[in-house]
Design a binder for this molecule. Sequence first.
Ligand code: ZN
Ligand code: ZN
Ligand code: ZN
Length: 372
Amino acid sequence: MTVPATAAAAASATRTGRIERVQACMAEAGVDALLLSVGPDLPYLVGYEAMPLERLTMLVLPRSGAARLVVPRLEAMRVDAAVPAEVVAWDETDDPVALVASMVAPDAVLAIGDRTWARFVVDLQGALPSASWRRGSEVIGPVRIVKDDTEIAALETAANAVDDIAVAMRGVAFAGRSEIDVHRELAERIAAAGHQRLNFAIVAAGPNAASPHHEPGSTVIRDGDLVLCDFGGTMHGYCSDITRMYSVGEPTAEVAESYAVLRAAQETGVRAAVVGATCESVDRATRSVIEAAGLGAHFVHRTGHGIGAEEHEDPYIVAGDLRPLVPGHAFSIEPGIYVSGRYGMRLEDIVVATADGPRRLNAAPRDLAIVA
Ligand code: ZN
Ligand code: ZN
Ligand code: ZN
């Protein structure tokens, strides 16, 4: 496939801008070189994703100057010519750890990608005993956390796709099916909607939903059950994540009341997510609605997580995080109420902080869907 010259030029300008911002962070943090291997940091910076295999792939980005990409010879042909790094291929009998070590000063301050396999970290530390080591997220995190317009558009496309699924599920029958059967349907729909990868599809019925990360199993969904569906995947490098609730038949008065509280809490949380508000204050605003209803003890997790190339990434909407929201932060607002042995519920949308206020990327109806 040939990419139009203008699109290719835009992508290359984006990457150059990202590299410059990361190098500025490195200068500020006193980091001499950034080493990136598997995980989302490398494609974010240079547009190449390392194969998660035993042969080392590693980008060596100095604080100033050009990057080098160390790759196994047999994978070098996968690297696009547009990658903004000099490709250094190594042969089967070469020592790639020694090769990377030779590219930095022996006493360098090195930041290494958080997802790098321990076998390579340990070997690199052995090859560079005088170097000091930091987490890569220290210098790439502050850049990745602020999404540009292209990234927000990608998140929105993924969000729209799961919105459609959440709506479609309002018309399907749940009763008599196992959780795993509904899980499979979600997985198929996620793929059919254009995601390249399924990340998760939690289906939790009745008391099972009181466990927020319940693994769908053979439990058969019965009449009267409240069913939690929390699902998402990755589409063109960016993640979707939505939670909606389905009631098989009319809910009990207690469930309906709790759901009204949950919905108010989620709405309050979204509205609180204005530029300048701290992550902690957004968590507080959300939580206070549930606490005021006497259900505070049943909201057992933080209010949300950042989302981008990873399902969970910075910023986390949690007590103790005093960072203010800035335009381009993208995160979930997903309060829950979990009553052990009885029922559980959660409502989740992805929100972007903008100068014009919080913008929800998900638009699927938020009322409790009554299903058969
Ligand atoms: Zn979760
Ligand atoms: Zn989430
Ligand atoms: Zn979720």
